[in-house]
Design a protein around this ligand. Sequence first.
Ligand SMILES: [Zn+2]
Ligand SMILES: [Zn+2]
Length: 387
Amino acid sequence: MPMPENVKTSSDYPIPETMKAWVLGDPGELSPTEKPVPAPKKAEVLVRIDAIAVCGTDLEIIYKGPPALINGKQPFNQNFTPGHEYMGTVVALGPGVDEYAIGDRVTVEIHAGCGQCRRCREGMYTSCHNYGLNYGNVDKGHRANGFTTDGGFCEYAVNNINTLVHVPDSMSDEEATLVVTAGTSMYGLTELGGLVAGESVAVIGPGPIGLLGVAVAKALGAQPVILTGTRDNRLEMGKKLGADHVVNVRNEDAIEAVRRHSGGKGVDYVLECSGGKTGFNDAAKMVNRGGKICLGAFPDGEVGVDVAHLVRNNIYVYAIRGEGKSGTHRAAAFMEQKRFDATLIHTHTFLMDDLPEAIRYAKERVDDAIKVVVKNDFAQSAQEAAE
Ligand SMILES: [Zn+2]
Ligand SMILES: [Zn+2]
């Protein structure tokens, strides 16, 4: 189907009627298919996907299912396209959209709230009460790309304008795919209090969110920033991103080391990004009395908690879902100002046709892979079409 009459397009960016898309079959099984290019509605644009990063959560979804929720069920064998950390070029405008222009480079947030539930009205669109209710019936308005609605392992995707962030010319496509990860770290620090200049922060777990959590905390002025983890190469990267101290928990006691590096009383804030079994209780013992903990990772199964320790010490606990409260815009501003170099965590690049290989690199951490980026080559496709 061509684009509807009320959708604005440009001959500079011809839009095909169908596109290449990867879909999830059985667990772990991605196969290439053709899908119609979706049309943007009110307050939406069509984004041509230029690059997308593979996230640890994509691996969870592709191999295990949750947290994706398609038609209220596991995401398998439902013609569902995963992938959520993408950036690209605006190529069509839905009715009434003048906030963005065709040709604008943008990166996207995952969650578009419905805009009509209580949480969305409060600005908490990543906690939308209509989460997951609208696969195939987009009228409810809520989207979570690659979680409850089709994602970005394809060529084109519709996005609400509230999920878009402008990408400056000085930022590469690869770096722009990392904005949403930095935005998630920023949301965690926002919940902890936001202005952390001169206060101490410990980050548990040097995955992408933890590493960029270090970078964002440092950019916000935190002092000291302490990173704990198990792998020296990741901890070294944490130092380059601003960690004042790193602790390899295989060699020393993490709680004792964090307390020692923060004057004996523990840190003001802990960002738990490991999802490990001991992460929460460790965080509670690293933080000082009256301090705050934010949980930003999904552990497997239930985790025991020392509640009495939390209560005795008046410790505040927060959990975040995704990149809320416009954290992405604030993280992008830091990145535009070169306050930290997110590209340090980008290790590999593949073409979209080679997605299964890209997923394998990310899953098996081949060649110390951290962030694997997958690119569409539209110049190449246009050339092939012309021949
Ligand atoms: Zn992600
Ligand atoms: Zn909502």
